[in-house]
Design a binder for this molecule. Structure first.
Ligand SMILES: [Zn+2]
Length: 286
């Protein structure tokens, strides 16, 4: 009788001791976890703050570089490099008041203004990026006409004759053309040689077809001269030889695109198509 209560007391005391120990351990773990969470939250806030500043800086740089005609990248190689890095950092950020939506594989900002896509400041209309029906400059842009006149004069000085045979085409004009091709050849075949409405670069007012629009133009002196010198006047041969998979179009020696002298020279010197230079595709979604 006498020993039993003592044993119970001992057991009770032992249990209570263990409970106290467990509670103390839990409290210690909880406190440690709290400290860890606090550290992570503070680190997160600092990082976010730094990132936001980077994006804001990038946005202001963008705005500055794109005042002007909006077609040219007007920075030197060094600042262009800097921009690329900032663009990469801005990837995925959505900040109220900016038009930077994402970046290309080469780090150029993709911006959409009134349904028109600008990539690295260059207006793009290809099989991946279409123009809205409402985008209708009505004619080649004045700077394009001026640049062509200078180039035509330079060609003439070499005894060469270049002339525009097809310039601006509206959305509805392209729709009529495309629909007729689909009617006679079927959609699959029509897609190999004609752009769908909204996807033709001719709607930009920044490109034109020269002289005879067929493959034989590629064998002329005029074509050979353009291949060497078009960039000096702000133009590129938009669909170069062997770049079908990148541009979405076969070689078209007659189709020139205005980019401004700086950008045209950069693209020419790179030896790349515009799609490769900017890091974009040209493929219909369906
Ligand atoms: Zn064309």
């Amino acid at each position: 009788m006498g020993t039993k209560p003592v044993r119970i007391d001992n057991r009770k005391r032992e249990k209570a001791r263990r409970r106290r120990q467990t509670a103390a351990t839990r409290a210690a773990v909880f406190a440690a976890a709290l400290v860890l969470v606090a550290v992570l939250v503070v680190a997160g806030i600092i990082r976010h703050h730094k990132k936001t500043q980077t994006v804001q800086n990038d946005t202001s740089a963008q705005t500055v570089s794109q005042t002007g005609n909006g077609q040219e990248e007007q920075n030197g190689t060094d600042s262009a490099q800097g921009q690329q890095i900032s663009h990469t950092e801005a990837a995925g950020e959505t900040l109220a008041g900016t038009q930077v939506q994402s970046v290309t594989a080469k780090g150029y900002a993709i911006q959409v203004v009134d349904g028109v896509t600008y990539i690295g400041g260059v207006m793009i209309a290809n099989k991946s990026y279409s123009l809205p029906e409402s985008y209708a400059p009505g004619d080649l842009l004045p700077e394009v006409k001026e640049a062509f006149a200078v180039m035509q004069k330079a060609a003439a000085a070499q005894g060469l004759n270049i002339y525009i045979s097809s310039g601006y085409r509206s959305y509805s004009r392209q729709q009529t053309l495309y629909n007729n091709y689909v009617k006679s050849d079927g959609k699959a075949l029509a897609d190999t040689y004609s752009s769908r409405p909204g996807y033709s670069e001719h709607q930009t007012g920044l490109c034109f077809d020269l002289n005879t629009i067929d493959d034989s133009f590629g064998n002329t002196k005029e074509s050979a001269w353009l291949e060497q010198h078009a960039q000096e006047y702000g133009f590129i041969i938009r669909f170069p030889k062997g770049k079908d998979a990148q541009t979405g179009y076969q070689y078209e020696p007659w189709h020139l695109r205005y980019l401004g002298i700086d950008m045209a020279t950069k693209v020419y010197n790179s030896g790349l198509s515009l799609e490769e230079y900017l890091g974009i595709t040209s493929e219909y979604a369906d």
